[in-house]
Design a protein around this ligand. Structure first.
Ligand SMILES: [Zn+2]
Length: 214
């Protein structure tokens, strides 16, 4: 799942409009930011196996970024930092960060450990039904965007910056689905970092446009 995670960012921004959108977007991929960094550092590991259905990623070792215990810890930490910065609405940031793990739980094959070093692994494996996975992802995003744009219209904010960000997300998601040889693990990590950072940067532009309006 790539695009679907951002449905949570959009919901948080619609529910708590005073939160900066860039922070909502970054929170949705906070665990994968960490994952990409740890892949590059050689601490966490993956194999690329084109024979796997749905996603070629065999994410066999990611205890620090994607175990349930660590996901809860990182999300609580981000929520706490956000509350210090933006007040009570900051808990949305923690919730968005943890929603990443819940969404991964639905789509991943069983590769999510309960805690670092734990043997049991969770994952409901929706990836193996790609059409259903994509429908769910796009459906959630669409609903979230509809709610956010309606709230923006009511607050007399232009919907254009939000739609611009959404189009960029769809383009990146489409590029992600292009057929071709999957990149190496380090290539995967670098591409992920690039795409996430681009979306956070574009979200900051939405914040700037909104600040100018209000
Ligand atoms: Zn993830």
């Amino acid at each position: 799942m790539f695009a679907g995670h951002f449905a949570a960012s959009v919901v948080a921004k619609a529910a708590a409009p005073r939160l900066p959108f860039w922070a909502c977007v970054a929170a949705a991929q906070a665990l994968d930011y960490l994952w990409a960094g740890l892949i590059l550092a050689g601490v966490e590991k993956l194999r690329v196996d084109p024979a796997l259905i749905g996603s070629p990623l065999d994410l066999f070792h990611m205890p620090w970024s994607h175990s349930l215990a660590m996901a809860l810890l990182w999300s609580a930490l981000l929520g706490w930092l956000a509350v210090r910065r933006w007040g009570g609405a900051g808990w949305w940031i923690g919730a968005v960060a943890f929603s990443h793990w819940l969404a991964d739980l639905i789509v991943h094959r069983p590769d999510l450990p309960l805690w670092p070093g734990g043997e049991a692994r969770l994952g409901l494996g929706l990836w193996t039904l790609p059409e259903l996975a994509v429908t769910l992802e796009i459906g959630l995003l669409g609903l979230a965007m509809a709610w956010w744009t309606a709230r923006r219209a009511r607050a007399r904010l232009s919907v254009r910056p939000a739609l611009g960000w959404f189009v960029a997300l769809l383009v990146l998601a489409a590029i992600n689905e292009l057929p071709g040889d999957p990149p190496t693990p380090a290539g995967m990590a670098l591409l992920s970092l690039f795409a996430f950072t681009l979306l956070v940067g574009l979200a900051a532009l939405v914040d700037r446009a909104d600040a100018r309006r209000s």
